[in-house]
Design a protein. Structure first.
Length: 402
């Protein structure tokens, strides 16, 4: 019976890319496609299935901190179909490994990592839809999305018994009584426009204008107020940069870095310089991205972006062609025609630019930087660095290191 059901689901797996397993927890039989058996993850999912009161009409979807998802539907008293694990994006191995090794299925860490690394990226909604289709294929039964139970559902939906109505009325009254008003949206929109367009002139215009109104009061403590203001502002900068074309991972990392710098400021907190530096950094990054898009065709611009975001990984023509969905021969010729250099030369250039940044702003040793950037040997890294910058990495750090 399991084999018969599995033959139907294998077709679904080939169409979606999501790992599908059929398991009988009583006999221990597991059929999986691809052939990666995860008995401990299935056992854990089955225990959660029972604890959450799930049944044939109420499948379970487990969202582990949004790093990855897996879903379980009941087929009988001890039979289940499991989808996943699958992730919304490709997270780094260290982050996933740290989380998996603390899970109830830690012994299957390597197997799960491989599925997440080489499997598709899927949203929660895609997993839910595939789960409903799997149930329909097996039993002919239509399961409503509303019937799919998710762990920590209350938290995910933001349910809360707290009520701030009274405090809100009080604050509205006091603001009106004191003639206080927040800075109009139009002024906030102006500096977001500067970031979206990568245009420093718009930011200079914003800074030259008198800004009416006031920033909202988020804390009675002046130090916390300054910190809250900064975090709120950098969050808006980050979103504007993503809208301007900066990839989200870079935008978030810039936000994290500036918030960390702000957190180190001693009281009384003065975030003025950090605020201006954050805006200018985002403007510069967006301007760089938009310049690449204007300079190159969409395919080559995406190729450049992929290389820049993966300089710490071992990438070559095969990985780039797969990412862009273009043949190696075609992308290689077009890349050289538009950029004036080959893909390996461009990768080398970007690796050395990253090496320069790491030498200047971090305390990683030359050996560590060589390893981080996937150079075969430290001596080869030093040789390539000297060719480009006319000095050794050690000399560069002595001259320009922080």
């Amino acid at each position: 019976m399991l084999k018969h059901r599995y033959d139907f689901l294998r077709t679904l797996q080939l169409a979606t890319g999501i790992t599908i397993s059929i398991a009988d927890t009583r006999s221990g039989i597991i059929l999986a496609h691809p052939d990666v058996r995860l008995p401990r993850m299935i056992a854990y999912a089955a225990s959660q299935f029972e604890e959450n009161g799930c049944d044939l009409e109420h499948p379970l979807l487990v969202s582990d901190q949004s790093l990855y998802f897996f879903a379980l539907a009941g087929l009988g008293s001890s039979s289940y179909v499991m989808l996943g694990p699958v992730g919304p994006v490709k997270y780094g191995e260290k982050l996933l490994r740290r989380h998996l090794e603390a899970s109830p299925y830690a012994e299957e860490t390597d197997a799960v990592l491989n599925l997440l690394r080489y499997g598709p990226n899927c949203s929660v909604q895609n997993v839910m839809n595939t789960l409903r289709l799997a149930v329909h294929i097996i039993s002919g039964q239509l399961v409503s999305t509303d019937n799919i139970r998710m762990l920590s559902q209350d938290f995910l939906e933001g349910n809360t018994k707290e009520n701030i109505g009274g405090t809100l009325v009080k604050n509205q009254y006091e603001a009106a009584e004191n003639g206080e008003a927040h800075t109009p949206w139009a002024y906030e929109e102006l500096f977001q426009q500067a970031i979206r367009e990568g245009n420093p002139e718009v930011f200079r215009e914003y800074r030259s204008r008198p800004v009416p109104g006031m920033i909202g009061r988020m804390s009675e403590n002046d130090t916390r107020q300054k910190r809250y203001e900064f975090v709120a502002s950098v969050t808006l900068f980050c979103r504007a940069a993503i809208q301007g074309g900066l990839d989200s991972e870079t935008a978030y990392l810039i936000s994290d870095t500036f918030c960390q710098e702000m957190d180190l400021l001693p009281p009384p907190v003065d975030t003025g310089r950090l605020y201006i530096s954050a805006v200018n950094t985002y403007i510069s990054k967006v301007r760089e991205v938009q310049g690449t898009k204007k300079k190159y065709s969409p395919d080559i611009a995406e190729c450049c972006r992929f290389i820049e975001n993966n300089v710490q990984n071992h990438i070559g023509l095969t990985e780039i062609a797969l990412h862009c969905g273009i043949s190696k021969r075609w992308i290689s010729r077009k890349f050289r025609k538009e950029t004036g250099c080959t893909i390996p030369e461009y990768i080398q250039r970007k690796k050395l630019e990253r090496a320069r940044q790491l030498l200047q702003y971090t305390r990683y040793s030359v050996s560590e930087i060589s390893s981080i950037l996937q150079y075969s040997t430290q001596s080869y890294f030093t040789e390539q660095f000297r060719k480009r910058y006319h000095m050794t990495p050690k000399k560069f750090r002595e001259m320009y290191g922080a």
